[in-house]
Design a protein. Structure first.
Length: 344
């Protein structure tokens, strides 16, 4: 399969987070065939029962190409036109998997070795696959992580700070609200306070942002709500101590604020000859904790199309990514590390 055919084959396998087994089986079988022809090894790296990362290694890996096989819901199958491949995961990140595999095939055909492919589960929720891989490094000195960056090398990415807010109240007939205590009203008051928190800025990463992603609660319109919940996420650009303190102050005595996830903001490497960008999304990179080497972040496709009903990736971008990944592996394998820090 060429890179377009592989992208469609992967998109057509439903792999919403937590349901990655079929995609993992497909990748393991395909890479095993490649490894059998070229002297590599392939393994399933168990994460939880029926969930596993797929690792393929040729030689002693200096550089590892990695991305995730899970997608957000809802699943929808692939289609293509003259310019694009469409479908869930087309750009985030199954087209990237296809480009990395095609790059590996290209490198092996020319005799280049000492690299690995690592495809993980869980990136869209809790990065459980990356956390597992962090405990099982193979000596790689550079991790090339794939996410949709329009084939530009990301030199910075925002982090994430996610909270679950839980409010509790007292049931009552809505005609007599003074006899109850509305959890929804308390939650709304706290959310308004959190929305007023001044957000920090960074010269490279820009301004932090806040999204209130979900709100739920209550039992009926004629019942004073005894419980309500919300989930929110800050996209952070610096250490979050100030935000944590402000959230705690806004919630104090009103709701329980549970920190669900923290992923730090990153500054990464630049490389001569590649255009650069800064992205506002988070990746698996911090959760690898350096176990697979210094990170680089690059991939085909636009993040603005990921997670949408119009998710797609340009065929030309996929083919360009194959050459970019192969060239990066050659350069990093020759030098051991990216050649310079961003801004130097």
């Amino acid at each position: 399969m060429d890179v377009v055919e592989m992208t469609r084959a992967l998109v057509d396998i439903e792999s919403i987070t937590g349901q990655e087994q079929a995609a993992g089986d497909f990748l393991h079988a395909h890479l095993q065939q490649l490894a059998n022809r070229t002297g590599g090894t392939v393994e399933r790296m168990e994460v939880t029962p029926q969930r596993f990362n797929v690792l393929a290694v040729w030689g002693t890996p200096v550089v590892t190409l990695s991305t995730h096989m899970d997608t957000v819901p809802p699943f929808f199958a692939s289609r293509e036109d003259e310019q694009f491949v469409w479908g869930r995961g087309a750009c985030d990140a199954k087209g990237i998997i296809a480009a990395m595999i095609a790059a590996a095939e290209k490198l092996l055909a020319e005799g280049t070795r000492n690299f690995a492919l690592l495809f993980v589960v869980g990136e869209e929720k809790d990065s459980l696959g990356a956390h597992t891989a962090a405990k099982a490094g193979r000596g790689s000195r550079c991790l090339i992580n794939g996410e949709p960056t329009e084939n530009k090398l990301a030199i910075g990415s925002k982090g994430a700070l996610r909270y679950e807010l839980v409010a509790r109240g007292k049931l009552a007939h809505s005609a007599y609200p003074e006899l109850g205590e509305s959890a929804i009203h308390k939650l709304l008051d706290v959310l308004e306070g959190i929305r007023r928190i001044p957000l920090p800025e960074d010269p490279l990463l820009g301004k932090a942002t806040l999204n209130v992603g979900t709100i739920s609660g209550g039992r009926a319109t004629n019942v004073v709500a005894d419980e309500a919940r919300a989930e929110l996420m800050f996209r952070v650009v610096s250490e979050p101590a100030g935000l944590r303190e402000a959230v705690a102050k806004a919630a104090e005595g009103k709701v329980e604020a549970r920190e669900a996830l923290y992923t730090p903001a990153l500054r990464m490497e630049a490389m001569d000859g590649l255009p650069t960008t800064v992205v506002s999304f988070t990746t698996d990179i911090p959760n690898f904790r350096g176990a697979w080497g210094k990170p680089m972040l690059i991939g085909p496709g636009s993040i603005h199309l990921a997670h949408t009903a119009e998710e797609r990736i340009a065929k030309g971008d996929l083919r360009r990514a194959v050459g970019i990944y192969a060239d990066l592996v050659r350069k990093v394998a020759a030098s051991g590390l990216p050649v310079r820090q961003a801004g130097e």
